[in-house]
Write a protein that binds this ligand. Structure first.
Ligand SMILES: Cc1cc2nc3c(=O)[nH]c(=O)nc-3n(C[C@H](O)[C@H](O)[C@H](O)COP(=O)(O)OP(=O)(O)OC[C@H]3O[C@@H](n4cnc5c(N)ncnc54)[C@H](O)[C@@H]3O)c2cc1C
Length: 437
């Protein structure tokens, strides 16, 4: 069976590898195979513990308070669909929906650290660190937030151990933390990886195992051919397929809209800077709680990352955002300071209003599937997404943990474009009935 995967980000590549290993003939298409955007520039954290949806009770108050303190990391840019996205976000912020979302994401995320370990054991080479995650707070209120976050994850089923430290205890564990740190929680079973090395390792494994990767290809849509197969329309000509997986990050929304399905994806733009520096280098991945920043020590450089610009466009890097990230991190770090400009990356988190990914069959388009909308957790969830998606794509077997992520939850709207372009097969216009596993 020939499967075309649109998108060579971490979700597309992981999905492609799982499909290839299940015996499919796989072609991955992307505008560029160079490491770029969210999948390259993320913090590299594999953190089931942070499965809580962004939407939740009191989140708007938190954002306003952080902005007033000068530590605001969230902004909104004018974008089509911003109002309805925000309305959906607010609707998802009730306690019940927040907890249901947390449980659903945690179900998918559980075992993610082990999945990355298994990828390495299966021959995918990349940089991985298993010293756990530290959540460091500078204030008592911040420490309360950390403890509430851990408590929420626990009640939703998180079973990794956690250790609470005073400021002094946190500094003994992580001497790179400054005296201003009030306390921290250490979650030793979480991990972090170097994202670019994961992408490179996945690409190498795919090629070695017989998949085809095509860069320089802009995908424009998909339509049925006369024989009932799919034809993926691209800038370099059509590519025939039995199955199509749309894993194109934020632009997935456009590809899906042209197939008549509404998925309200907006970009949550973030930035990272990776540099060598002077002073005490952290050895743990550290969440800098009040500043909402991530600190990730890699071989040969420290990555600082953060910001969430809703509706942000392009992958360009704003120096102002990076200065803000570096100044915010400096409040938590004893004396580490960058000694070079470093590697700067901007990336678009594909974000849904309910903070849940979109994984499953495209309604009404037999043989087309989506794997996107992973927001702040795409790296963590990519291997689990791939493992659940492959049996669905190849055998119509729906893993129960995918049910909350179905595309139909936003309502389906066949657009005029989809109807007039006629991409829908008139003979096979129904999604396969997935068999429950
Ligand atoms: C600053 C920052 C920090 C983050 N930290 C973490 C973290 O620590 N842990 C975590 O789990 N997640 C993290 N994330 C989130 C994570 O990076 C994303 O959720 C994830 O990378 C999304 O991957 P993706 O493959 O879905 O999309 P993308 O990475 O956007 O990949 C999509 C691919 O599709 C291609 N494409 C799009 N449209 C087309 C088209 N029409 N034709 C051809 N190709 C196309 C693009 O070129 C791109 O390569 C972070 C994100 C940011 C920005």
């Amino acid at each position: 069976m020939k499967v075309v995967v649109i998108g060579a980000g971490v979700v597309g590549l992981c999905s492609a590898l799982a499909l290839r290993r299940e015996g499919a003939e796989v072609i991955v298409l992307d505008r560029t195979l160079d490491a770029h955007g969210a999948s390259a520039g993320n913090a590299g954290w594999v953190v089931p513990m942070l499965s809580a949806p962004l939407s939740g009770p009191g989140v708007l108050g938190d954002v306003v308070r952080a902005t007033l303190r000068g530590e605001g990391s969230v902004a909104a840019r004018p974008a089509a669909g911003l109002l309805s996205w925000t309305a959906g976000f607010l609707r998802s912020s009730g306690r019940r929906r927040h907890q249901a979302g947390l449980r659903a994401v945690l179900d998918l995320a559980a075992g993610s650290v082990e999945r990355f370990g298994e990828l390495r054991a299966s021959g995918v080479e990349f940089e991985m660190h298993r010293r756990g995650l530290l959540l460091a707070a500078r204030t008592e209120h911040g420490m309360d937030e950390v403890l509430a976050l851990v408590d929420g994850a626990r009640r939703a089923g998180y079973d990794g151990c956690t250790q609470v430290h005073t400021g002094a205890g946190a500094r003994r564990l992580e001497p790179a933390l400054s005296d201003s740190v009030h306390g921290a929680v250490h979650a030793p079973v979480e991990a972090h990886v170097r994202p670019e090395s994961v992408l490179a390792g996945l690409r190498a494994a795919l090629v070695a195992e017989g998949a085809e990767l095509r860069g320089g290809v802009d995908v424009r849509g998909a339509e049925r051919d006369g024989a009932g197969r799919w034809r993926v329309a691209t800038s370099t000509g059509p590519v025939p397929a039995d199955r199509v997986v749309i894993a194109a990050g934020v632009p997935s929304a456009t590809l899906l809209r042209d197939l008549g399905v509404r998925v309200p994806l907006l970009a949550g733009k973030g930035y990272s800077v990776t540099a060598c520096g002077t002073g005490t280098v952290p050895v743990h991945a550290v969440k800098l709680l009040e500043a909402n920043l991530a600190c990730s020590p890699f071989d040969g450089g420290l990555r600082l990352s953060g910001m969430f610009e809703l509706g942000g466009r392009g992958e360009g890097v704003r120096s102002r955002a990076l200065r803000r990230i570096q100044a915010g991190a400096a409040r938590y770090l004893r004396d580490w300071r960058p000694a070079e400009t470093g590697l700067r990356i901007g990336g678009l988190r594909p974000s849904t209003p309910d903070s849940l990914p979109v994984i499953g069959a495209v309604p009404g388009r037999d043989g087309v599937f989506a794997a996107t909308g992973h927001g702040t957790l795409g790296l963590t969830l990519a291997p689990a997404t791939a493992a659940a998606l492959a049996p669905l794509v190849l055998h119509g077997v729906l893993a129960p943990e995918l049910a909350p992520f179905a595309l139909g939850r936003f309502g389906q709207r066949a657009t005029a474009a989809a109807v007039s372009a006629g991409p829908i097969s008139r003979t096979s216009d129904v999604a396969p009935t997935p068999r429950a596993r």
